[in-house]
Design a protein around this ligand. Structure first.
Ligand code: FAD
Length: 373
């Protein structure tokens, strides 16, 4: 992994992560896995990273962050994904909720939550999708109604990854019906142990439990837990999605499987067609890493690069689908153990092109932006 433009600091950060992941692996404290950023949860590992300044890297120092750049953060996230490390406990909070609170939270909310993300103590899940609001996120029906000097929340979220382990949920709710679906939405930060919040598991096709449904029954939330403008969340959530879509995990979720595949390449030396496919995958990976770098650079200039992040996610998902297709052409595909990096990548892959925005949604977004510019 040395195609991305880099600096000495990034090289030192990569070495720091490798040293930590090597030590944990050698001590049997984790086993590398595919799709680890969503599925491999170990609070101790996240706290250890946090103690080394490798969580909340881009946040201001006065709020517990490291005051570093997104390019430096990218060096760290690439290494963690490469190692298939157990990072799910801090990934969502670190990647997008901390930045959303820093952009839109009140100073009190920032002081309450951001330092806790930086230490690994606040674990976030994402309450966006609902049974009738996935691709069409503006259709959310979970309601937020004014009550005294706060709010009452009622409704139902679905596909909420890691909600059963989270301390907080980011919640998108409808606070007003104006006739325009992109108006009247508000963002909240809700404690998972608040009275009226219930989590029920959903097991995926491999039998694994990382998905959940989250029900809200008359949940009281204070005004201080609102992010940004009441009724003006649509612009904010679109911005937040660029942080959700624009990272290396959209390219490297199946990286451990790709490496297992490349390790076997010598076995296929007579299959010129397969070797050409593998060579093309490696070349595409280099290009995609460059795109990740460009998105991180744009974030470092204060932008929320919505279109670039959507393009990265679309191309990254297409790349990962082709990694799986290459895998299907080999002996490795015959009965990979479900708990091997190959089996894990195969079983997780149907979700790659759906989560965080499906291919069709991303293409529409890119096309709309293109026709505007
Ligand atoms: C592994 C995984 C983890 C997830 N984690 C979370 C989470 O933590 N929190 C959360 O809130 N959500 C989460 N999700 C939900 C995810 O965001 C939704 O699955 C996604 O937004 C798609 O919504 P949907 O499942 O309702 O599918 P639908 O919106 O019903 O889409 C189904 C298909 O129809 C297509 N389609 C829909 N509308 C259009 C259109 N207008 N034009 C063309 N095609 C269209 C889609 O592209 C897709 O192929 C997760 C999903 C997965 C797979």
């Amino acid at each position: 992994m040395d195609h991305t433009p880099t600096t000495d600091t990034c090289t030192a950060l990569r070495a720091q992560v490798r040293e930590l992941t090597d030590a944990w692996r050698a001590a049997g404290r984790y086993t590398p896995r595919s799709d680890s950023w969503l599925r491999s949860f170990d609070l101790d590992f996240s706290k250890e990273l946090a103690a080394r300044g490798l969580v909340a890297m881009t946040y201001p120092k006065e709020l517990g962050g490291a005051g570093r750049t997104h390019v430096e953060r990218l060096a760290v996230t690439e290494e963690l994904l490469r190692a298939g490390a157990p990072v799910a406990a801090h990934w969502i909070g670190d990647r997008q909720i901390g930045p959303a609170i820093l952009r839109h939270g009140t100073p009190e909310l920032q002081r309450e939550i951001v330092p806790r993300i930086a230490t690994g103590d606040a674990v976030f899940c994402l309450g966006m999708s609902e049974p009738e609001a996935g691709s069409d996120l503006a259709a959310v029906r979970t309601s937020a109604v004014r009550s005294g000097d706060g709010w009452r929340i009622n409704g139902h979220k679905i596909w909420t990854s890691q909600a059963h382990r989270a301390t907080h949920i980011y919640l998108l709710a409808r606070s007003e019906q104006t006739g325009n679906r992109h108006e009247g939405l508000t963002e909240f930060i809700v404690d998972m142990d608040a009275p009226g919040v219930t989590v029920t598991p959903i097991h995926d096709l491999s039998g694994e439990h990382h998905f959940n449904e989250v029900h809200f029954e008359d949940v009281a939330v204070s005004d201080g837990r609102v992010l940004g403008t009441v009724g003006g969340a649509w612009r904010q959530v679109v911005e937040q999605l660029s942080f959700e879509r624009g990272g290396a995990e959209r390219v490297l979720s199946s990286y451990p499987a790709l490496i297992a595949l490349l390790d076997q390449a010598a076995q296929y030396e007579n299959d010129r067609e397969l070797l050409a496919v593998l060579g093309a995958l490696v070349a595409r990976l280099a290009v995609l890493r460059r795109l990740c770098f460009d998105v991180a650079t744009a974030m470092d200039t204060g932008q929320a690069p919505v279109q670039q992040a959507a393009a990265l996610k679309y191309l990254g998902n297409t790349f990962e689908r082709d990694v799986i297709e290459a895998l299907r052409r080999t002996e490795l595909y015959r009965e990979p153990a479900p708990d091997s990096v190959l089996g894990q990548a195969l079983l997780a892959s149907p979700g790659f092109g759906l989560r965080g925005g499906s291919a069709e949604v991303l293409l529409s977004l890119i096309a709309r932006q293109e026709t505007r510019s």
